[in-house]
Design a protein around this ligand. Structure first.
Ligand code: ZN
Length: 325
């Protein structure tokens, strides 16, 4: 029997899954992502998690014929490494992944993707409708897209295609993004940005009433969505998020002509009515070409892990016709 593995390397957790050749999961493992001190410590954490998933499955790592990785970026794809990840300590400058995993499983079939690209691979593999033209968009602590266009997974030479959260949606650049530039989609609508954006809107129009704990240390995006329909400022923030999200998604539609756009990430998954439904309504009026089906992933929090496994099963493509390719 041949076995396949998927790895999801996030800033918080690293997860691994081992499956049989029909995709049936037989082993899993999850650990906290090591906070360094060096990138090698993170690499070792990934290898340990994968070995544990093999142990859970009762197989040796050498029995795995192919592995996929969905990871935080940015990347040096030629080196098969993550370079200067934004959400890990500064002492972590380089996390080698492809080489060490190839060595562990004794196979050259190791596919490294950014997490949103793994997302589109997983969606393509599992979705009821799996056209050759689809986009996966995550709205979580950040915003990003994985793109499949003309049946090709678009990764870019360095693995960093699809960073749509850093597209400029507000040319007046009122808010600064975590990346340091102004006016980016992610600076308004990501889970990390929403509290800051709510404070900005409150200052902009102090007559808006609110019970939101704007200056409290624990104020999060969740507070905004919980007060929907009950709080003037919360409703205004949610309406403005819909405005920027619709602009961002319209830009994605005009760039890649997807037939399906699938949403994931905590902000979209937990607030489909308040975040995804308004996008669906608004882009009808904003898109000049074919309007794609807008859906939410059925994979929930597993979308990156499932995508990594689907990549291993399909030679890095998510195309079900290329299983064990
Ligand atoms: Zn940015």
């Amino acid at each position: 029997m041949d076995y396949y593995a998927g790895v999801d390397l996030g800033a918080t957790n690293v997860r691994a899954v081992v499956a049989e050749d029909d995709g049936t999961r037989i082993g899993v493992s999850r650990r906290s992502t090591p906070r360094g001190p060096t990138g090698i410590d993170v690499t070792e954490g990934v290898l340990r998690t994968l070995r544990e998933a093999c142990g859970d499955a009762g197989i040796e790592p050498g029995a795995i014929v192919a592995a996929g990785i969905g990871s935080i970026g940015p990347f040096d794809l030629v080196e098969g490494a993550v370079i200067d990840p934004a959400n890990l300590p500064d002492s972590i400058d380089r996390i080698p992944l492809t080489g060490p995993i190839e060595k562990l499983i004794d196979s050259d079939d190791v596919y490294l993707h950014n997490d949103t690209t793994a997302g589109v691979i997983g969606e393509r593999f599992h979705a009821e409708r799996n056209p050759d033209d689809m986009v996966y968009i995550t709205i979580s602590s950040g915003i990003g897209a994985g793109v499949c266009c003309d049946g090709e997974i678009v990764s870019g030479w360095d693995g960093n295609a699809g960073e749509v959260g850093h597209c400029i949606v507000d040319p007046t650049g009122r808010l600064t993004c975590g990346c340091g530039h102004d006016g980016h989609w992610e600076a308004y609508c990501s889970g990390n940005a929403i509290p800051n954006y709510a404070r900005y809107l409150a200052e902009d129009d102090p007559t808006t009433s609110t019970d939101l704990p704007l200056e409290g240390p624990d104020f999060t995006a969740k507070d905004v969505f919980e007060l929907a329909g009950e709080d003037e400022l919360a409703d205004y923030v949610i309406d403005q998020l819909a405005h920027w999200n619709a602009i961002g998604v319209t830009n994605v539609v005009h760039s890649f002509a997807p037939i399906v756009i699938s949403f994931g990430g905590a902000v979209a998954l937990h607030n489909e009515e308040l975040v995804v439904d308004p996008i669906r309504e608004r882009i009808e009026e904003m898109v000049m070409s074919n309007v794609p089906e807008i859906r939410v992933t059925d994979q929930g929090d597993d979308v990156v892990l499932e995508g990594a496994l689907a990549s291993a099963l399909t030679g890095g493509t998510g195309d079900r016709q290329r299983i064990h390719d």
